[in-house]
Design a protein around this ligand. Structure first.
Ligand SMILES: CC(C)(COP(=O)(O)OP(=O)(O)OC[C@H]1O[C@@H](n2cnc3c(N)ncnc32)[C@H](O)[C@@H]1OP(=O)(O)O)[C@@H](O)C(=O)NCCC(=O)NCCS
Length: 249
């Protein structure tokens, strides 16, 4: 992986998506809290009535308990990112190349440990579509996600992945920086330029490059070491130029 920063420049002809500002995000979070608190309130009231005599709690105490529970649930992803991200800053492996599939090797032990810490939080963030937190989490594990990029899919090896400004990685896609094949593990970088798109459920294998403005169609497979040239669309398994699919020269 190069040490040069990703270009934040917009790609000509590709308009970066408009993303919500911090105020909108704060408003949405607040609405999330209120809606969940309201949903939990009747449960709290029923519980209060049922256990009033036994526990001796007042109605307001039950409501406050519901609010606290809701706030806890909302804060959980933040806490998980903080804990798992801190571990990632120390542990994230940053190597490429081939290794024998032998988990006694320190490199593979470290890789597995890092994945074990990274994955549960990554999957949880995916579940709740918490994209800004997800980008932060990937960065903690050595990934490079430019501002304005939206990562909906799973980044399996964050330290090997680079995603440029304004790019969108579709839901349920998988960016795999490693591939286990014939008794070996291959690690290689994935470079996604600015203004790119990775379709939903697409799979991107190690060593591949999507140049600025490139698009990988939904449910397509970008093989190891493949390159989508600037502004081109590739589709299929394995992905080929969409011009070829359309039967055009
Ligand atoms: C690739 C894509 C942009 C093509 O859309 P389009 O420009 O409107 O083109 P068309 O739908 O006319 O398809 C063009 C050709 O590509 C083929 N094609 C389209 N999507 C394909 C896919 N996912 N896999 C394989 N072939 C595909 C079509 O069959 C057609 O081939 P033909 O000309 O031989 O019939 C679109 O299908 C796609 O996959 N978009 C990604 C959306 C997404 O997942 N976004 C992220 C999550 S929101």
């Amino acid at each position: 992986m190069t040490d040069e920063p990703m270009s934040p420049d917009a790609v000509p002809g590709v308009s970066p998506p408009r993303l919500p500002g911090p105020l909108t995000l704060a408003g949405v979070s607040l609405a999330f809290l209120v809606v969940h608190a309201l949903a939990l309130a009747p449960v709290a009231l029923v519980a209060h009535r049922a256990f009033q005599d036994g526990l001796g709690h007042g109605m307001w105490r039950s409501l406050v308990a519901a609010l606290v529970l809701t706030a806890d649930l909302a804060l959980l992803p933040v806490l998980l990112v903080a804990c798992s991200g801190a571990a990632g800053l120390v542990l994230a492996p940053r190597y490429t190349g081939r290794h024998p599939l032998d988990f006694r090797l320190p490199a593979l032990k470290r890789w597995l440990l890092s994945l074990a810490i990274y994955f549960p939080t990554a999957v949880l963030l995916d579940l709740f579509h918490l994209y800004p937190l997800k980008s932060l989490h990937i960065r903690c594990f050595g990934g490079r996600v430019a501002r304005g990029a939206v990562v909906g899919g799973l980044v399996t090896d964050p330290s090997l992945v680079e995603i440029g400004a304004g790019s969108i990685v579709g839901g349920f896609s998988n960016l795999l920086g490693h591939a286990v094949e014939r008794g070996e593990v291959v690690f290689d970088t994935i470079h996604i330029g600015a203004g790119c798109g990775v379709g939903a459920r697409a799979v991107v294998l190690p060593g591949s490059v999507i140049e600025d403005g490139g698009l990988l169609a939904a449910a397509s497979l970008l093989p190891k070491g493949a390159r989508i040239p600037t502004g081109a669309t590739f589709a299929g398994v394995p992905a080929r130029s969409a011009r070829v699919l359309r039967g055009r020269p």
